[in-house]
Design a protein around this ligand. Sequence first.
Ligand SMILES: O=P(O)(O)OC[C@H]1O[C@](O)(COP(=O)(O)O)[C@@H](O)[C@@H]1O
Ligand SMILES: [Mg+2]
Ligand SMILES: [Mg+2]
Length: 346
Amino acid sequence: MKIKLYTPSDSSIAYSVGTTLDRFIKIKQDEFPFASGELSQILRDIALAAKIVNRETNRAGLANIGGAFGQTNVQGEEQQKLDVIANIRFMRALTKGGEVCAVVSEEDDEVIDLQNSSGKYVVAIDPLDGSSNIDVNISIGTIFSIYRRVTPLGRRILPQDIMQPGNQQVAAGYVLYGSSTMLVYTTGYGVNGFTYEPSLGEFFLSHPNMCAPKDGNIYSINEGTANLFETGLQKYIEKCKERQFSARYIGSLVADFHRNLLKGGIYIYPATSKSPKGKLRLLYEANALAFIAEQAGGMATDGFGRILDIEPTSLHQRTPLYIGSEKMVEEAEGFLKIKNERSISL
Ligand SMILES: O=P(O)(O)OC[C@H]1O[C@](O)(COP(=O)(O)O)[C@@H](O)[C@@H]1O
Ligand SMILES: [Mg+2]
Ligand SMILES: [Mg+2]
C-alpha cells in the first residue's frame, strides 16, 4: 500500500489563511513557552460572545432588539437595547471563562468586580460601538483591551489594577459587525484579522499580519462641528480638501478605523471648544485601537502626544483621537502644533 505525503503549498507557515481562530490562538500560545493559556481563554471568550452579538445584530430589526432601552449610561447617552444585550453577553462570557477579575465597560458606571480572586486579567470593553447606527443597519462594533492585574492574586482589586496606561495592554482588538463580521486583535506581536463563517460558526484567519499603509488619501471626521475645531485642525482639513482627499465618515469608530487601516487614512475625533476632551473614551475605545494601529505600523495621538502613554485618571475619561496612517497623523499633529505655537506667541 503506497502512502502519499500531504504537502500543503505553504507548509512552512504554521498557520495560513483559513486557519481557525482557535487553532491560531493555540499556535501562538505555543510560541511562548511561559504562556499558561489564560489570555488565550479570554480571546476565546470574547470570540464566543461576539458570535452571539453578531446573531443579535443580524436580526435586530426582526426581533425587537432595535431601539432605545429607556435608560441613560454614565456618559449621559441613551442606551440602545443592543448596547445592553452586548454588555450582558460579554460580561457573561468573561465571567464564565474564569480568567478575568474585573471589567470596565462603557455601559457600567463602576468597575465590575467579577469576584474571581484567581483571575489575572482586567478587561476594558465598549460592548457596542457605533450605537447611533444600530437601527439604520450600518456597521457597528465591539472594542476591547486586556491588562494583567498588578496587585497579587487573591487580593481585592485596587485602582492601580484598572488605571493602567495603554502601553501596559497585553492584548487588544475589535469586532466589526459589517457586511461580514470580523475579529481583529493583537497581543503585541502584529495584528491579525479573522472573518466569521456563520454556517460553520467559526472565525477563520483572513487577514494575516495586517499593516497600515504609511500614507493615504482618506480623512474621517464629523465636520458638523467644524466651526468649533481649533484653527490648526481647520487648516489641516482644508489641506485634505485641496488635495481632493476622500471624505469618509460612517459614524462608527470601529468601521471608520478598520477601513483606514486597510486602505490608508486618518480618523479624527478632535477636541472642540464645546468638548475640550473630545468624545471618545480612553480606556475602552482609544487605547485598544491605538495598540492595533501601532502594531500595524500606524500611529495614534491626542493631537500632541501618544495615546498609549496617557496616564488614566478616571474610568470614563475622554480623549481627542488622531489615528491611522503614520504620515497623515504626523502631518495633522504638525498643523495643530504650528497654530498653537502661533496663538501662544500672540
Ligand atoms: O456622532 P458623532 O459625534 O460623530 O460620534 C460618532 C462616534 O461616536 C461613537 O458612536 C461613540 O461610540 P459608542 O457608540 O460606543 O458610544 C463612535 O463609534 C463614533 O465614531
Ligand atoms: Mg464606542
Ligand atoms: Mg458603545
